[in-house]
Design a protein around this ligand. Structure first.
Ligand SMILES: [Zn+2]
Length: 86
């Protein structure tokens, strides 16, 4: 994911992202950001995800559902800027 303020990459698993609370701080520019799920991306990926998990079921069992869902989760996660002025 990219920081909306400074355009630097922010790792989903970085320390800054795993702090409690809605408001996170970019590790590069220290500006306020927050997680947002892109619902369009989720909707777009939903059907392929269901198909994919169906196809993988004979090989992966329960994992066939968990893995595609995790991918959708990671792909649709976006960072949103928080503007102090609003
Ligand atoms: Zn930043």
């Amino acid at each position: 994911m990219k920081c909306p303020h400074c355009d630097n990459k922010v790792s989903f698993f970085s320390k800054a992202m795993n702090k409690f609370g809605k408001v996170k701080f970019c590790p590069h520019c220290s500006q306020k950001i927050r997680f947002k799920f892109d619902l369009k991306t989720v909707a777009l990926l939903f059907i392929p995800t269901v198909l994919f998990s169906f196809l993988l079921r004979p090989y992966l069992g329960a994992l066939s559902t968990a893995v595609p869902l995790l991918v959708v989760f990671l792909v649709s996660a976006k960072l949103d800027p928080i503007n102090e002025n609003i």
